[in-house]
Write a protein that binds this ligand. Structure first.
Ligand code: SF4
Ligand code: SF4
Length: 224
């Protein structure tokens, strides 16, 4: 999504490539789950996130939507995001709402299948000239991060170059629509949003098959 950010205020001032090392490692998050609480509707899911959750949890998009996700509108485009709810566990004791995937100990119950934004944290992406680099947010984590880790290792996603290429493709695909959205009338925008949701989220993925081939064919059908 398009956001105006001042990198000098929120980062260490550097831009990183996937092969670079950055101070990402924190000894243990034990006792803290701050970055999984009070996030509102900001943790949006891309199609690969939904594929990962469908595969890992054996749930359909509709089931995820009824339990763990909700829809949000940003820049005119409707996308799924992680839902937040009040904690029922006094031990977690969140003063704000937390992710529905937090377990009774305040840990992520879907760590292996967690969405891309969770994998990135505390990194962010900045897109320029058809690709992206990373920046390190320095004010977001409650603990000191003092171990250097290679960014692609940190993101912990198989077929990393394919993933990076997909991230760019998806970003610029959405960017085109967010730029056009202000000129569209309500009916046109609603139809476009339904088409995007249906093509990339609602229609179940074959979780036994590779994601990227399915994404490419959906993209071709959409734009062709
Ligand atoms: S999916 Fe896991 S890591 Fe992401 S916000 Fe929820 S609990 Fe935290
Ligand atoms: S805020 Fe930092 S220390 Fe706390 S759970 Fe998130 S990553 Fe771990």
């Amino acid at each position: 999504m398009i956001r105006d950010i001042n990198l000098d205020e929120i980062s260490d001032g550097k831009l990183y490539e996937a092969g670079d090392m950055a101070k990402l490692g924190v000894d243990d998050c034990k006792g803290c789950h701050a970055c999984c609480c009070g996030m509102g509707d900001t943790i949006t899911l891309d199609p690969y996130d939904v594929y990962r959750l469908e595969k890992g949890l054996g749930k359909s998009f509709e089931e995820l939507l009824s339990e763990n996700l909700e829809l949000r509108v940003a820049d005119g485009i409707i996308l799924p995001c992680l839902a937040m709810k009040k904690s029922e566990n006094a031990d977690i004791g969140t003063e704000s709402e937390g992710c529905t995937f937090l377990d009774a100990n305040g840990r992520c119950s879907i760590h292996q299948h967690r969405p891309g934004i969770c994998r990135l944290f505390p990194l962010g992406r900045i897109f320029e000239d058809g690709t992206h680099r990373y920046f390190l947010q320095v004010n977001e984590c409650r603990k000191e991060r003092n171990t250097k880790i290679k960014i692609k290792k940190w993101i912990d996603t198989a077929n990393f170059q394919k993933y990076e290429d997909y991230i760019d493709k998806w970003h610029y695909f959405l960017k085109e629509f967010t730029e056009r959205a202000p000129q569209m009338d309500t009916a046109e925008l609603k139809a476009l949003n339904m088409k995007i949701l249906q093509a990339f989220y609602i229609e179940s993925y074959d979780t036994e098959a590779d994601f990227y081939g399915q994404f490419e064919s959906r993209m071709e059908n959409f734009t062709g």
